[in-house]
Ligand binder design. Structure first.
Ligand SMILES: Cc1ncc(COP(=O)(O)O)c(C=O)c1O
Length: 398
């Protein structure tokens, strides 16, 4: 007797980078076509220009665009540009916010926030990174009063992809504060860019940063990313034709594969679809449907917990409701949210897998994509219901 093949999860929620799904025909066609024309020209090409035009058309404040390969590279470049433009060295980041794994920003990502998320980073380097409490404008203000700060960087919708959501009032006030102090405001829109709206969280919340870091959706699922924002800031990277300035004051940035033709082809194909906002409107509606459905399950079953988030991003927390967690009024305990559900989180994820649904186990959040139908959303709600039932039978629920 042959071994039974394991049943694969029907819904894969690990689609942060794939807002259009795993093999959207327009993206596959664009890549296939480009592979016939050439993989790498070692020079600029037309697709790169079209790609930048689309970014500029969608993203608020995108006066210029610089293509890179990854989110990590992009936030590192943003920090360097801000330092070069202001002549200051300190960077403020927020507790619980993730910006990739380069040295400057590995501080205070995960609870306990005193310990950087990576070993091997000199304390001297981390001394330039100041950490502000999430949603706490007075704390940011105090840091700006005390130090020569080049930039404030944050995930505009909330740390670790909305594990701790940002209050829109905080965002607006932060914009005013940084503008008044000539501190560069950097939005890390690696996840939210083109997802919450064609103009990302900037459009969604109506707040425009000085620099925005884009990755994932911007390149249609291929390794591509971009830094965009104010022209005077992006111009620190450009050659001015003045050899002294170019040698001593220019921000160095280059990458063999940045905006490689197949990546640009995928990016153009993706943004041609995403620019209308239709995909995002549908996904945002489905996000509401999913969160409402899962919260109704919690209520019906009398399980303390909440499924929160915004747009097409969701996060599951069992053990306390939204008010207790301070999600309703922005007074949240970021460390508690960051720790999540502990061993119960792993059990819930396993139960959901058994019912055909996968999502990001570690942080218990997920991202919808355009291939998902309303029936898929309802199947996820149903899987959640069955999973809670299973956990209750195992006496695993709080
Ligand atoms: C908000 C945010 N910033 C930066 C990054 C790093 O991007 P990459 O993995 O492309 O380096 C990620 C990755 O998930 C992210 O979620």
């Amino acid at each position: 007797m042959g071994r039974r093949r394991p049943r694969l999860p029907r819904l894969l929620e690990r689609s942060r980078r794939l807002i259009l799904g795993h093999n959207h025909p327009a993206i596959v066609a664009a890549i296939t076509e480009q592979t016939r024309r050439g993989l790498h020209y070692g020079a600029c090409h037309e697709l790169e220009v079209r790609w930048a035009e689309l970014v500029r058309a969608c993203v608020p404040g995108a006066e210029k665009v610089r293509f890179t390969m990854t989110g990590t590279e992009t936030t590192a470049l943003a920090v360097r540009v801000a330092r070069a433009a202001t002549g200051r060295s300190k960077i403020v980041k927020l507790e619980g916010h993730f910006h990739g794994v380069h040295d400057a920003l590995v501080a205070a990502v995960k609870d306990p926030f005193e310990i950087p998320m990576s070993a091997g980073v000199p304390t001297e380097t981390l001394a330039s990174t100041l950490v502000a409490r999430h949603n706490d404008l007075a704390h940011v203000k105090a840091l700006l009063d005390e130090h020569e700060v080049a930039a404030v960087i944050l995930e505009p919708a909330g740390g670790r992809s909305m594990t701790a959501p940002t209050s829109p009032a905080f965002l607006r006030a932060l914009r005013e504060l940084t503008r008044a102090r000539s501190v560069v405001l950097i939005f890390d829109e690696v996840v939210t860019g083109f997802r919450m709206a064609p103009g990302g969280a900037q459009e969604y919340f109506g707040v425009t940063a000085d620099l925005a870091c884009l990755a994932k959706a911007v390149a249609g699922g291929l390794p591509g990313a971009a830094l965009t924002g104010r022209a005077d800031l992006l111009d620190t990277i450009a050659f001015a034709g003045d050899s002294k300035r170019d040698r001593t004051r220019r921000v160095a940035d280059q990458g063999t594969y940045s905006a490689a033709p197949i990546v640009a082809a995928a990016g153009v194909a993706a943004l041609e679809i995403l620019k209308t906002g239709e995909v995002q409107r549908e996904l945002n509606r489905k996000g509401d449907r999913l969160r409402a459905g899962m919260n109704q399950v919690l209520k019906t079953r009398g399980v303390p917990g909440t499924v929160y988030g915004a747009s097409s991003i969701f996060r599951i927390f069992l053990g306390a409701d939204a008010a207790t967690l301070g999600l309703d009024d922005g007074t949240m305990d970021v460390a508690r949210l960051d720790r999540g559900m502990g061993p119960l989180g792993a059990k819930l994820h396993l139960a959901m897998l058994l019912h055909g649904v996968d999502y990001n186990r570690g942080s218990a959040n997920g991202w919808l994509n355009a291939a998902m139908t309303d029936a898929d959303i309802d199947a996820m709600v149903d899987a959640f219901d069955r999973s809670l039932d299973r956990l209750r039978q195992e006496r695993a629920l709080p």
